[in-house]
Design a protein around this ligand. Structure first.
Ligand SMILES: NC(=O)C1=CN([C@@H]2O[C@H](COP(=O)(O)OP(=O)(O)OC[C@H]3O[C@@H](n4cnc5c(N)ncnc54)[C@H](OP(=O)(O)O)[C@@H]3O)[C@@H](O)[C@H]2O)C=CC1
Ligand SMILES: O=C(O)C1=N[C@H](C(=O)O)C[C@H](O)C1
Length: 280
């Protein structure tokens, strides 16, 4: 037996799945024990290194999540909402740390994840990068410092394949901005303006999404006042960034008890008691 945690990557053939496989395979601190794909996927039964067009990694792609999770200490999951909700239950049964990067989760998915977190450690974040999580804390601070005379707009840009909007990161930033102002985001969020919208609602937090080409992920938080504008920006140029964050999260989670955590916890960016919370 080894103390190095065994890790399962779900959605192995996806853009993030491939990054996660590389990150775990290259790490001295974790072992890749299984890679999951959907039943019927043409990678099933193949060595994952070869399926990715490289040298064998000695790990065969499977569609059996129960068996894969049974011997694992961690699951890295960047797939789709329905799959993630199901994996949360299965990972909790196996007491494996479940790191969730999947975005576009609805109320039902979040309930399933919360239920699973009663039994096992879950780390969930719409963005696993250090830079974005710092931007979240800065956004909350700037929003708290400025009054409603500064209009907050969040603009995000992603590749043409992205299926959800606003991005998970944009929502993290929106929650942080609303938190800084001491209001719930759902009371002030303004999305998808089109046509005769009328003037901007005071206190609104606006969201805009751009989709095109191969943009990895870009986020601006704009505080627009009279005669001045503050823009907080994060630009991701390489998806490996998110995979490194996910690996850090699964290692961090190894000695934690049941509960739902985020990257602010993993990175130690949580504000001290008495200071405003993040709303991510
Ligand atoms: N938190 C973060 O830091 C980041 C989060 N993301 C998020 O990660 C997710 C994945 O992104 P990306 O890799 O670009 O997407 P891809 O579409 O490239 O990959 C998704 C993978 O999940 C698999 N999958 C989808 N649905 C199911 C299902 N029901 N059961 C089993 N497997 C399934 C897909 O398989 P198949 O091809 O067969 O459909 C595919 O392998 C998105 O929600 C994205 O927003 C992305 C980057 C960073
Ligand atoms: O789908 C993506 O690609 C990304 N998704 C995440 C999000 O929704 O914010 C994180 C990153 O921006 C890339």
């Amino acid at each position: 037996m080894t103390d190095i945690p065994g890790i399962v990557v779900t959605g192995g053939s996806g853009r993030m799945g491939r990054m996660l496989i590389r990150a775990v395979a290259d790490s001295q601190a974790a072992r890749l024990t299984a890679v999951l794909e959907r039943p019927g996927h043409d990678w099933i039964g193949r060595d994952v290194g070869e399926a990715m067009g490289g040298a064998p990694l000695g790990v065969t792609v499977t569609d059996d999540a129960v068996e894969a999770f049974a011997t694992a200490q961690g699951v890295l999951d960047f797939t789709a909402p329905d799959a993630t909700a199901e994996y949360a239950g299965l990972a909790a049964q196996a007491r494996a740390v479940h790191v969730i990067g999947t975005t576009g989760l609805g109320e039902g998915h979040l309930r399933a994840i919360a239920a699973a977190a009663r039994h096992a450690t879950i780390v969930r974040a719409g963005n696993m990068s250090l830079g974005v999580n710092l931007l979240v804390t800065l956004t909350r601070q700037v929003a708290a410092a400025l009054g409603e005379e500064f209009d907050i707009e969040i603009v995000e840009a992603h590749h043409r394949h992205k299926v959800d909007a606003p991005s998970g990161t944009a929502l993290m930033l929106g929650h942080a901005a609303a938190d800084g102002r001491g209001v719930p985001l759902d009371t002030c969020s303004e999305r998808g303006r089109d046509g005769d919208t009328g003037p901007r609602r005071p206190g609104a937090i606006g969201f805009s999404a751009i989709r095109g080409g191969d943009i990895v992920g870009e986020h601006d938080v704009i505080f627009a006042g009279q005669g001045e504008r503050i823009v907080l920006r994060h630009v991701a140029t390489d998806r490996a960034l998110f995979a490194r964050g996910a690996l850090r999260a699964v290692l961090w989670g190894q000695d934690k008890g049941p509960g739902e955590f985020d990257m602010i916890d993993v990175l130690g960016l949580r504000a001290p008691v008495g200071a405003p919370r993040t709303g991510a």
